[in-house]
Design a binder for this molecule. Structure first.
Ligand code: ZN
Ligand code: ZN
Ligand code: ZN
Length: 266
C-alpha cells in the first residue's frame, strides 16, 4: 500500500492569504502546505482518500487521481470537507461511498443539501452515499478502522489504515485528546501521521510536543506531523522534532510531513 500526503497545512493553508511572514513567503516548496488530506492506494489498486478539503481538486490533479473507491472523513470542518463536490467527475460510473461518524454525516446533509434533495436533476451533483462508520470498513484489500478522538469538545474520527500481512498506519488530524480505548486500537503502528499545529498549546489541536508525545506513547516507528500552521518553517519544525526525539530518548523517526510525501507499507 502507498500513502501520499495530499496536504499538510492547517485550515487556512500555507501561504495564508494576505500574510507576508517568512514561512508564507518561503522559497522552500515544503513550506507550501495545502489543506490536510491523505491518499491511500491499496496493493489491489483500490484508491481512497481521507478528507476532501477545499484543495481537493488541485490535489487530485497533482497526484493523477483517475478513480476513487471511497472517501473517509475525520469531521465536517470546512478545511476537511468543502472539496467533496469535486469527487463528482469520479462518480459518473459508480456512486462513491462516504464514511464518517453520525455527526459528520448529519452536517454534510446540511452543507450539501442540494446533493440529497430530489429537486435538481442532471449531472450537477456528485453521486455519493453516506455511511456511518462505527466498525472497520473493507475496501478491497484495504481496511479502514474508525478511531474516536476528541477535537476540543467535538467527537471526531481518526483512521487506522491496514492491509493483510503488512504493518499498519494511523491518521489522526485535528486531535486534542486520544481516549484510552482508542489508544489500545493503535498501539505500535509503522506510521503515525498526526496533527501538530504549532509550538504553543491550542484548545482543539495537539501542539508539536503533544503530537510527538502521542507518537512515543503508542510506540509508532515513524511519526509525521501534519495540519501545521505558518508559525515555523519545515526546517525549523524538523529541528524541533529532532530535539524532542533526543530528549525523550525515542527510537522513532519524527519529522514534519510535507505535501506529496509518499510512504510505502508492505
Ligand atoms: Zn482542520
Ligand atoms: Zn504567514
Ligand atoms: Zn477541525
Amino acid at each position: 500500500m502507498k500513502l501520499t500526503v495530499l496536504g499538510s497545512g492547517t485550515s487556512h493553508g500555507i501561504p495564508v492569504i494576505g500574510c507576508s511572514c517568512p514561512v508564507c513567503t518561503s522559497p522552500d516548496p515544503k513550506d507550501n502546505r495545502m489543506r490536510a488530506s491523505l491518499y491511500i492506494e491499496g496493493n489491489d489498486g483500490k484508491r481512497v482518500v481521507i478528507d476532501t478539503g477545499p484543495d481537493f481538486r488541485t490535489q487530485a490533479l497533482r497526484v493523477g487521481l483517475k478513480s476513487l473507491d471511497a472517501v473517509f472523513l475525520t469531521h465536517a470542518h470546512a478545511d476537511h470537507v468543502h472539496g467533496l463536490d469535486d469527487v463528482r467527475s469520479l462518480s459518473y460510473e459508480r456512486e462513491i461511498p462516504v464514511y464518517g461518524n453520525a455527526e459528520t454525516l448529519g452536517e454534510l446533509k446540511e452543507r450539501f443539501s442540494y446533493v440529497f434533495r430530489n429537486t435538481q436533476r442532471g449531472g450537477g451533483k456528485p453521486r455519493i452515499s453516506l455511511n456511518p462508520a462505527s466498525s472497520p470498513v473493507q475496501i478491497g484489500g484495504l481496511t479502514l478502522t474508525p478511531i474516536p478522538v476528541k477535537h476540543g469538545i467535538l467527537d471526531i474520527l481518526g483512521w487506522k489504515i491496514s492491509e493483510a500481512k503488512a504493518p499498519f498506519a494511523v491518521y489522526l488530524t485535528d486531535t486534542s485528546f486520544i481516549p484510552r480505548s482508542s489508544l489500545d486500537l493503535i498501539e505500535s503502528p509503522e506510521y503515525l501521521i498526526v496533527g501538530g499545529l504549532r509550538v504553543r498549546p491550542h484548545e482543539t489541536h495537539f501542539c508539536f510536543e503533544e503530537a510527538l508525545s502521542a507518537g512515543a506513547d503508542i510506540h509508532a516507528r515513524h511519526v509525521y506531523l501534519t495540519h501545521i500552521c505558518h508559525s515555523h518553517s519545515h526546517r525549523e519544525i524538523d529541528a524541533i522534532c529532532r530535539r524532542f526525539r533526543n530528549m525523550a530518548g525515542s527510537p522513532a523517526v519524527m519529522e514534519p510531513a510535507y505535501d506529496q510525501m509518499e510512504l510505502l507499507l508492505s
